[in-house]
Design a protein around this ligand. Structure first.
Ligand code: KG4
Ligand code: ZN
Length: 344
Protein backbone atom coordinates (compact mmCIF):
# COMPACT_ATOMS: atom_id res chain seq x y z
CA UNK A 1 0.00 0.00 0.00
CA UNK A 2 1.99 3.04 -1.15
CA UNK A 3 0.96 5.83 1.18
CA UNK A 4 1.37 8.98 -0.93
CA UNK A 5 -1.67 10.61 0.59
CA UNK A 6 -3.20 10.73 4.02
CA UNK A 7 -6.94 10.34 4.62
CA UNK A 8 -7.43 14.06 3.94
CA UNK A 9 -5.99 13.61 0.43
CA UNK A 10 -2.82 15.50 1.34
CA UNK A 11 0.80 14.41 1.42
CA UNK A 12 1.58 11.97 4.25
CA UNK A 13 3.67 13.85 6.82
CA UNK A 14 6.13 12.22 9.21
CA UNK A 15 7.65 14.10 12.15
CA UNK A 16 10.84 12.37 13.26
CA UNK A 17 13.03 12.69 16.36
CA UNK A 18 16.62 11.57 16.94
CA UNK A 19 18.56 11.79 20.22
CA UNK A 20 20.71 8.64 20.37
CA UNK A 21 24.08 10.33 20.97
CA UNK A 22 25.18 13.97 20.82
CA UNK A 23 22.81 15.53 18.28
CA UNK A 24 19.26 16.58 19.17
CA UNK A 25 17.40 16.44 15.87
CA UNK A 26 13.91 16.64 14.39
CA UNK A 27 12.67 16.62 10.80
CA UNK A 28 9.49 16.63 8.75
CA UNK A 29 9.20 14.47 5.63
CA UNK A 30 6.44 14.29 3.05
CA UNK A 31 5.62 10.82 1.68
CA UNK A 32 8.63 9.34 3.45
CA UNK A 33 11.39 10.75 1.23
CA UNK A 34 10.73 14.41 0.56
CA UNK A 35 12.55 16.55 3.10
CA UNK A 36 10.52 19.54 4.31
CA UNK A 37 12.72 20.43 7.29
CA UNK A 38 15.80 19.04 9.01
CA UNK A 39 16.90 20.61 12.31
CA UNK A 40 20.04 19.46 14.12
CA UNK A 41 21.25 20.91 17.40
CA UNK A 42 24.76 19.61 17.91
CA UNK A 43 26.45 19.29 21.30
CA UNK A 44 29.98 19.01 19.87
CA UNK A 45 31.22 22.25 21.44
CA UNK A 46 30.18 21.05 24.92
CA UNK A 47 31.66 17.56 24.66
CA UNK A 48 34.87 18.89 23.06
CA UNK A 49 35.89 20.18 26.48
CA UNK A 50 35.98 16.57 27.76
CA UNK A 51 37.57 14.93 24.69
CA UNK A 52 34.47 12.84 23.91
CA UNK A 53 30.75 12.43 24.55
CA UNK A 54 29.82 12.52 28.26
CA UNK A 55 26.53 10.57 28.53
CA UNK A 56 25.02 12.53 31.45
CA UNK A 57 25.73 15.85 29.79
CA UNK A 58 24.27 14.54 26.52
CA UNK A 59 20.96 13.63 28.22
CA UNK A 60 20.73 16.98 29.95
CA UNK A 61 21.35 18.87 26.71
CA UNK A 62 18.76 16.76 24.85
CA UNK A 63 16.26 17.59 27.57
CA UNK A 64 17.01 21.29 27.30
CA UNK A 65 16.81 21.38 23.49
CA UNK A 66 14.26 18.80 22.39
CA UNK A 67 11.10 20.91 22.50
CA UNK A 68 12.59 23.86 20.64
CA UNK A 69 14.18 21.56 18.02
CA UNK A 70 10.80 19.88 17.36
CA UNK A 71 9.03 23.27 17.23
CA UNK A 72 11.59 24.56 14.73
CA UNK A 73 11.26 21.45 12.53
CA UNK A 74 7.47 21.96 12.34
CA UNK A 75 7.89 25.67 11.77
CA UNK A 76 10.54 25.28 9.04
CA UNK A 77 8.23 22.81 7.26
CA UNK A 78 5.34 25.28 7.50
CA UNK A 79 3.10 22.81 9.37
CA UNK A 80 1.68 22.31 12.85
CA UNK A 81 1.47 19.14 14.92
CA UNK A 82 -2.15 18.65 13.81
CA UNK A 83 -0.93 18.17 10.20
CA UNK A 84 1.36 15.27 11.20
CA UNK A 85 0.29 11.71 10.25
CA UNK A 86 3.12 9.74 11.91
CA UNK A 87 5.75 10.28 14.59
CA UNK A 88 8.98 8.32 14.17
CA UNK A 89 11.64 8.18 16.87
CA UNK A 90 15.01 6.49 17.34
CA UNK A 91 14.62 3.95 20.16
CA UNK A 92 18.10 2.34 19.87
CA UNK A 93 20.95 1.62 19.68
CA UNK A 94 22.62 4.49 21.53
CA UNK A 95 23.19 6.05 24.94
CA UNK A 96 20.24 5.05 27.11
CA UNK A 97 19.92 8.38 28.90
CA UNK A 98 19.98 10.19 25.55
CA UNK A 99 17.51 7.85 23.82
CA UNK A 100 14.88 8.14 26.57
CA UNK A 101 14.58 11.89 26.03
CA UNK A 102 13.61 11.50 22.37
CA UNK A 103 11.36 8.51 23.05
CA UNK A 104 9.54 10.32 25.88
CA UNK A 105 9.01 13.42 23.73
CA UNK A 106 7.70 11.31 20.83
CA UNK A 107 5.33 9.33 23.07
CA UNK A 108 3.97 12.49 24.69
CA UNK A 109 3.28 14.10 21.31
CA UNK A 110 1.72 10.91 19.94
CA UNK A 111 -0.55 10.49 22.96
CA UNK A 112 -1.59 14.13 23.25
CA UNK A 113 -2.36 14.50 19.54
CA UNK A 114 -3.56 10.98 18.78
CA UNK A 115 -0.87 10.35 16.16
CA UNK A 116 0.56 6.86 15.43
CA UNK A 117 4.06 6.27 16.80
CA UNK A 118 6.81 4.15 15.32
CA UNK A 119 10.17 3.28 16.92
CA UNK A 120 13.13 3.25 14.54
CA UNK A 121 16.46 1.44 14.70
CA UNK A 122 19.10 4.17 14.33
CA UNK A 123 21.19 1.99 11.98
CA UNK A 124 18.23 1.38 9.65
CA UNK A 125 17.93 5.16 9.64
CA UNK A 126 21.52 5.61 8.44
CA UNK A 127 20.88 3.35 5.44
CA UNK A 128 17.59 5.16 4.71
CA UNK A 129 19.37 8.53 4.39
CA UNK A 130 20.15 7.35 0.86
CA UNK A 131 16.46 7.15 -0.05
CA UNK A 132 16.28 10.89 0.59
CA UNK A 133 19.44 11.65 -1.39
CA UNK A 134 18.39 9.35 -4.26
CA UNK A 135 14.62 9.42 -4.90
CA UNK A 136 14.89 6.55 -7.40
CA UNK A 137 16.84 4.18 -5.10
CA UNK A 138 15.07 1.00 -4.04
CA UNK A 139 16.31 -2.17 -2.34
CA UNK A 140 17.82 -4.74 -2.75
CA UNK A 141 21.45 -3.63 -2.45
CA UNK A 142 24.53 -4.09 -0.26
CA UNK A 143 25.28 -1.32 2.24
CA UNK A 144 28.53 -0.44 3.99
CA UNK A 145 27.51 1.18 7.27
CA UNK A 146 30.34 3.01 9.01
CA UNK A 147 29.65 5.10 12.09
CA UNK A 148 30.98 5.87 15.55
CA UNK A 149 29.51 2.71 17.03
CA UNK A 150 29.10 0.37 14.04
CA UNK A 151 30.94 -1.09 11.08
CA UNK A 152 28.75 -3.44 9.10
CA UNK A 153 28.17 -4.84 5.68
CA UNK A 154 24.42 -5.32 5.28
CA UNK A 155 22.45 -7.19 2.67
CA UNK A 156 19.44 -4.86 2.40
CA UNK A 157 16.72 -7.16 1.08
CA UNK A 158 13.86 -4.69 1.20
CA UNK A 159 12.88 -1.52 3.08
CA UNK A 160 12.58 -3.39 6.38
CA UNK A 161 14.68 -6.54 5.79
CA UNK A 162 18.35 -6.37 6.83
CA UNK A 163 20.83 -9.25 6.87
CA UNK A 164 24.14 -8.57 8.62
CA UNK A 165 26.86 -10.13 6.43
CA UNK A 166 29.88 -8.50 8.04
CA UNK A 167 30.67 -6.78 11.36
CA UNK A 168 33.61 -5.41 13.23
CA UNK A 169 34.98 -7.82 15.80
CA UNK A 170 36.27 -4.96 17.98
CA UNK A 171 36.31 -1.20 17.31
CA UNK A 172 34.00 0.57 14.89
CA UNK A 173 35.70 2.64 12.19
CA UNK A 174 34.55 5.96 13.67
CA UNK A 175 35.79 4.83 17.08
CA UNK A 176 39.23 4.06 15.57
CA UNK A 177 39.31 7.52 13.94
CA UNK A 178 38.38 9.20 17.22
CA UNK A 179 40.92 7.22 19.27
CA UNK A 180 43.77 7.76 16.79
CA UNK A 181 42.94 11.48 16.64
CA UNK A 182 43.35 11.61 20.42
CA UNK A 183 46.71 9.77 20.24
CA UNK A 184 48.11 12.26 17.71
CA UNK A 185 46.70 15.23 19.63
CA UNK A 186 43.87 16.28 17.31
CA UNK A 187 41.08 16.04 19.87
CA UNK A 188 37.35 15.46 19.42
CA UNK A 189 35.62 14.88 17.07
CA UNK A 190 38.49 12.99 15.52
CA UNK A 191 37.01 11.78 12.23
CA UNK A 192 36.63 15.14 10.49
CA UNK A 193 39.97 16.34 11.89
CA UNK A 194 41.88 13.34 10.50
CA UNK A 195 40.00 13.72 7.22
CA UNK A 196 41.24 17.32 6.90
CA UNK A 197 44.80 16.97 8.09
CA UNK A 198 45.40 13.81 6.03
CA UNK A 199 44.91 15.88 2.88
CA UNK A 200 48.33 17.48 3.58
CA UNK A 201 50.03 14.16 4.30
CA UNK A 202 51.75 11.43 2.32
CA UNK A 203 49.80 8.19 2.80
CA UNK A 204 52.90 6.16 1.93
CA UNK A 205 55.26 7.78 4.45
CA UNK A 206 54.10 5.63 7.37
CA UNK A 207 52.75 2.16 6.62
CA UNK A 208 50.21 0.50 8.89
CA UNK A 209 49.25 -3.14 8.42
CA UNK A 210 45.91 -3.85 6.74
CA UNK A 211 43.86 -6.36 8.74
CA UNK A 212 41.71 -8.62 6.57
CA UNK A 213 41.07 -11.52 9.03
CA UNK A 214 40.21 -14.74 7.12
CA UNK A 215 40.44 -14.54 3.36
CA UNK A 216 36.71 -14.80 2.69
CA UNK A 217 35.48 -13.08 5.83
CA UNK A 218 33.40 -9.94 5.52
CA UNK A 219 34.22 -9.07 9.14
CA UNK A 220 36.51 -6.25 10.18
CA UNK A 221 39.01 -5.55 12.95
CA UNK A 222 40.30 -2.06 13.69
CA UNK A 223 41.70 -2.30 17.21
CA UNK A 224 45.13 -3.42 15.92
CA UNK A 225 45.68 -0.34 13.82
CA UNK A 226 44.86 1.91 16.75
CA UNK A 227 47.57 0.14 18.80
CA UNK A 228 49.98 0.28 15.84
CA UNK A 229 49.56 4.07 15.64
CA UNK A 230 50.07 4.37 19.40
CA UNK A 231 53.27 2.25 19.24
CA UNK A 232 54.57 4.24 16.29
CA UNK A 233 53.98 7.54 18.09
CA UNK A 234 55.67 6.29 21.29
CA UNK A 235 58.69 4.96 19.38
CA UNK A 236 59.15 8.24 17.51
CA UNK A 237 58.80 10.26 20.70
CA UNK A 238 61.32 8.10 22.56
CA UNK A 239 63.79 8.59 19.72
CA UNK A 240 63.16 12.35 19.92
CA UNK A 241 62.01 12.45 16.32
CA UNK A 242 59.45 15.06 15.37
CA UNK A 243 56.04 13.61 14.52
CA UNK A 244 54.52 14.39 11.16
CA UNK A 245 50.85 14.32 12.14
CA UNK A 246 49.63 14.72 8.55
CA UNK A 247 51.60 11.68 7.38
CA UNK A 248 50.42 9.56 10.31
CA UNK A 249 46.80 10.58 9.68
CA UNK A 250 47.12 9.85 5.94
CA UNK A 251 48.84 6.48 6.55
CA UNK A 252 46.22 5.43 9.11
CA UNK A 253 43.35 6.52 6.89
CA UNK A 254 44.71 4.70 3.84
CA UNK A 255 45.01 1.44 5.79
CA UNK A 256 41.36 1.75 6.86
CA UNK A 257 40.17 2.75 3.40
CA UNK A 258 41.91 -0.18 1.66
CA UNK A 259 40.14 -2.72 3.89
CA UNK A 260 36.72 -1.03 3.69
CA UNK A 261 36.89 -0.80 -0.10
CA UNK A 262 38.17 -4.36 -0.66
CA UNK A 263 35.56 -5.94 1.64
CA UNK A 264 32.74 -3.88 0.15
CA UNK A 265 33.68 -5.10 -3.35
CA UNK A 266 33.74 -8.68 -2.06
CA UNK A 267 30.31 -8.23 -0.45
CA UNK A 268 28.78 -6.84 -3.64
CA UNK A 269 30.25 -9.75 -5.61
CA UNK A 270 28.84 -12.26 -3.11
CA UNK A 271 25.44 -10.75 -2.32
CA UNK A 272 24.81 -7.72 -4.44
CA UNK A 273 23.16 -6.89 -7.68
CA UNK A 274 25.94 -4.51 -8.67
CA UNK A 275 24.93 -1.74 -6.26
CA UNK A 276 26.68 -0.42 -3.18
CA UNK A 277 25.18 2.10 -0.74
CA UNK A 278 27.29 3.92 1.86
CA UNK A 279 25.87 5.06 5.19
CA UNK A 280 26.90 6.44 8.60
CA UNK A 281 28.96 9.34 9.90
CA UNK A 282 32.25 8.05 8.50
CA UNK A 283 30.68 7.96 5.03
CA UNK A 284 31.24 11.75 5.10
CA UNK A 285 35.01 11.06 4.88
CA UNK A 286 36.41 12.56 1.71
CA UNK A 287 39.13 9.95 1.12
CA UNK A 288 36.71 7.05 1.62
CA UNK A 289 34.27 8.66 -0.82
CA UNK A 290 37.04 9.22 -3.36
CA UNK A 291 38.58 5.74 -3.08
CA UNK A 292 35.29 3.86 -3.18
CA UNK A 293 34.06 5.94 -6.15
CA UNK A 294 37.21 5.07 -8.14
CA UNK A 295 37.01 1.38 -7.29
CA UNK A 296 33.29 1.12 -8.08
CA UNK A 297 33.87 2.77 -11.45
CA UNK A 298 36.62 0.25 -12.17
CA UNK A 299 34.48 -2.72 -11.15
CA UNK A 300 31.28 -1.51 -12.83
CA UNK A 301 29.41 -1.14 -9.54
CA UNK A 302 26.78 1.57 -9.15
CA UNK A 303 27.61 3.56 -6.03
CA UNK A 304 25.29 5.64 -3.85
CA UNK A 305 26.88 8.16 -1.46
CA UNK A 306 24.48 10.01 0.85
CA UNK A 307 24.76 13.80 0.95
CA UNK A 308 27.33 14.72 3.60
CA UNK A 309 24.73 16.44 5.81
CA UNK A 310 22.74 13.18 5.89
CA UNK A 311 25.75 10.98 6.77
CA UNK A 312 26.13 12.08 10.39
CA UNK A 313 23.25 11.76 12.84
CA UNK A 314 20.03 13.47 11.79
CA UNK A 315 16.29 12.93 12.13
CA UNK A 316 15.47 12.99 8.40
CA UNK A 317 16.88 9.48 8.00
CA UNK A 318 14.82 8.30 10.99
CA UNK A 319 11.65 9.70 9.43
CA UNK A 320 12.31 7.85 6.19
CA UNK A 321 13.05 4.51 7.90
CA UNK A 322 10.02 5.03 10.18
CA UNK A 323 7.71 5.67 7.24
CA UNK A 324 8.64 2.37 5.58
CA UNK A 325 8.44 0.48 8.86
CA UNK A 326 4.96 1.91 9.46
CA UNK A 327 3.79 0.93 5.97
CA UNK A 328 4.98 -2.64 6.55
CA UNK A 329 4.30 -3.23 10.24
CA UNK A 330 1.92 -0.48 11.41
CA UNK A 331 2.31 1.58 14.56
CA UNK A 332 4.14 0.64 17.75
CA UNK A 333 2.44 0.83 21.11
CA UNK A 334 2.98 3.74 23.46
CA UNK A 335 4.85 1.29 25.68
CA UNK A 336 7.83 1.61 23.32
CA UNK A 337 11.06 1.55 25.34
CA UNK A 338 14.49 2.97 24.56
CA UNK A 339 16.86 0.03 23.97
CA UNK A 340 20.57 0.87 24.23
CA UNK A 341 21.85 -2.34 22.64
CA UNK A 342 19.22 -2.79 19.96
CA UNK A 343 20.68 -5.26 17.40
CA UNK A 344 20.68 -4.48 13.68
O1 KG4 B 1 26.82 8.15 12.40
P1 KG4 B 1 27.42 9.07 13.40
O2 KG4 B 1 27.12 10.54 13.28
O3 KG4 B 1 27.06 8.64 14.85
C1 KG4 B 1 26.94 7.30 15.21
O4 KG4 B 1 25.85 6.72 14.95
O5 KG4 B 1 27.94 6.76 15.71
O6 KG4 B 1 28.99 8.84 13.30
C2 KG4 B 1 29.88 9.54 14.11
C3 KG4 B 1 31.29 9.12 13.73
C4 KG4 B 1 32.34 9.71 14.65
O7 KG4 B 1 33.22 8.66 15.04
C5 KG4 B 1 33.04 10.71 13.76
O8 KG4 B 1 34.40 10.91 14.10
C6 KG4 B 1 32.90 10.07 12.41
O9 KG4 B 1 31.59 9.55 12.39
N1 KG4 B 1 33.04 11.02 11.30
C7 KG4 B 1 34.05 10.97 10.40
C8 KG4 B 1 33.88 12.07 9.54
N2 KG4 B 1 32.77 12.77 9.96
C9 KG4 B 1 32.27 12.10 11.03
N3 KG4 B 1 35.04 10.08 10.26
C10 KG4 B 1 35.92 10.28 9.26
N4 KG4 B 1 35.83 11.33 8.41
C11 KG4 B 1 34.84 12.25 8.51
N5 KG4 B 1 34.77 13.27 7.66
ZN1 ZN C 1 24.58 7.46 13.84
Amino acid sequence: MPKDMNCKGEKFLTLSIESSCDETAAAVLANGRELLSNVISTQIETHKLYGGVVPEIASRQHLMNINSVIAKALDDAGVTISDIDLIAVTYGPGLIGALVIGVAAAKALALANDIPLVGVNHMHGHISSNYISYPELEPPFVSLVISGGHTNLINVKDYTGFEVIGSTRDDAVGEAYDKVARVIGLGYPGGPKIDNIAKNGNAEAVHFKRVYLDKDSLDFSFSGIKTAVLNYVNTERQANRELDISNIAAGFQEAIVDVLVDKSMQAVRQYGNGRLVLAGGVAANSRIREAITMRCEKEGIKLYLPEKKLCTDNAAMIGCAGYYKYLKCGADSLHLDATANLPF
